[in-house]
Write a protein that binds this ligand. Structure first.
Ligand code: FA5
Length: 364
């Protein structure tokens, strides 16, 4: 143990040098704390231990050695404060550096989803009709036999029911009515709308429909339709043709030609199917390339593609909802949305729509 004042002063001096050097080397908060414990720690700190030796000095030597010890303590305290400040500043600087915006860095792409091709097509179809003055109405997918068939002039046992293979539901509606089914077309909304509205009526009805059918390249068991209905005084077949012709031109371009042929649906009279000249072969039925001719697969060589069923609303249908068929006439149509999308984009298999393959979906 040192009992000599000059030895103690030397020890203190050496301690100051050693401590300040060690302080300069402390590069982190943790190292700084370790340094503080090593030199200034209350129990084992080197300076604390040295200062304890003051008590062993003679009373005459003690004040001078004590003053020297205090100076060393002061120097270490100040050194510690300075170093803490310097480290803090450096940390702040680093943070500012890290947060600085580098406008030359390439942006990080945000993965964006998109609308399903059916939804896109549905919206395009609705846009075409709403811009011609039609309103949009929606109805239930789980439907009563009454709306899906009976009020469409298809009574129980009518052979036309076979035109729509039906998925029946073992359920009773809120008013105790049955039978119920998954609607096979959007046509039940014709009666639902007319029951609630006085003429004039101009509505389009988008929605999902279901059929108990095998699937193939052009048939799904669930798909989307858009129904159209216009009822007023003096509506003629010319209005039907004009409206649908305009629709085809809006979706497929101004040079499109359309064809109406007789067809049978119990709820219209006369009934038609509407076809469009094939966009692929321009209605020729075959494709010419380099002087050679190839059959057109899209229209199966006919030059025409059927896109919907339509017709003048049957007087019985008007009567059943309480409209006077002597006063009012109307037209109705029903188109398949996926079929229109297939034609528009050249998609050759309807099953691709709901196979959830992103390589397909990403293309739209
Ligand atoms: C009907 O569903 C009638 N309700 C259409 C109608 C409405 C006629 C108003 C007259 C007046 P159809 O079963 O033909 O008719 O279907 C209409 C359209 O739905 C077809 O032209 C076709 O585009 C589409 N479609 C029919 N079956 C399928 C199927 N399995 N998969 C995909 N699309 C289909």
């Amino acid at each position: 143990m040192t009992t000599n004042a000059s030895d103690l002063t030397r020890t203190l001096e050496a301690l100051r040098e050693e401590a300040l050097r060690a302080l300069d080397a402390a590069e982190s908060e943790e190292r700084l704390e370790a340094w503080r414990v090593a030199y200034l720690g209350r129990r084992e700190g080197k300076l604390t231990l040295a200062m304890r030796q003051l008590g062993a000095l003679s009373p005459e030597a003690r004040p001078a050695a004590g003053a020297a010890a205090n100076q060393v303590k002061l120097a270490l305290d100040e050194g510690l404060a300075r170093r803490q400040e310097a480290l803090k500043e450096r940390a702040l600087e680093r943070m500012a550096q890290a947060q600085r915006l580098d406008v030359t860095m390439p942006g990080r792409p945000v993965p964006l989803g998109r609308l399903h091709p059916t939804t896109q097509m549905l919206r395009e179809v609705l846009d075409a009709f709403t811009s011609m003055g039609f309103q949009v109405a929606e109805g239930p997918e789980v439907e009563l036999d009454r709306y899906n068939f009976e009020l469409l002039n298809i009574p129980k046992g009518h052979p036309a029911r076979d035109m729509w293979d039906t998925l029946w539901i073992d359920h009773t509606d809120a008013n105790g009515e049955r039978p119920m089914l998954l609607r096979t077309h959007t046509s039940p909304m014709q009666a639902r709308v007319m029951e609630k509205t006085e003429p004039p009526v101009r509505v389009v009805v988008p929605g999902k429909v279901y059929r108990y059918e095998n699937t193939d390249a052009t048939h799904e068991w669930h798909f989307h339709q858009v129904e159209g209905l216009a009822v007023d005084e003096g509506i003629t077949f010319a209005n039907l043709k004009g409206t649908l012709y305009e629709f085809a031109r809006r979706i497929f371009g101004p040079e499109r030609r359309v064809r109406f042929r007789c067809d049978y649906f119990p709820f219209v009279e006369p009934g038609v199917d509407m076809a469009m000249d094939c966009f692929m072969c321009k209605g020729e039925g075959h494709l010419r390339s380099g002087g050679r001719s190839q059959p057109c697969r899209v229209c199966k060589e006919t030059g025409w593609i059927e896109i919907m069923g339509a017709g003048m609303v049957h007087p019985r249908v008007l009567e059943m909802v309480g409209y006077d068929p002597q006063k009012y006439t109307g037209f109705a149509f029903g188109l398949g949305v996926e079929r229109i999308a297939m034609l528009k984009h050249g998609i050759d298999d309807i099953r691709l729509f709901y196979a959830n393959d992103v390589r397909f979906l990403r293309q739209f």
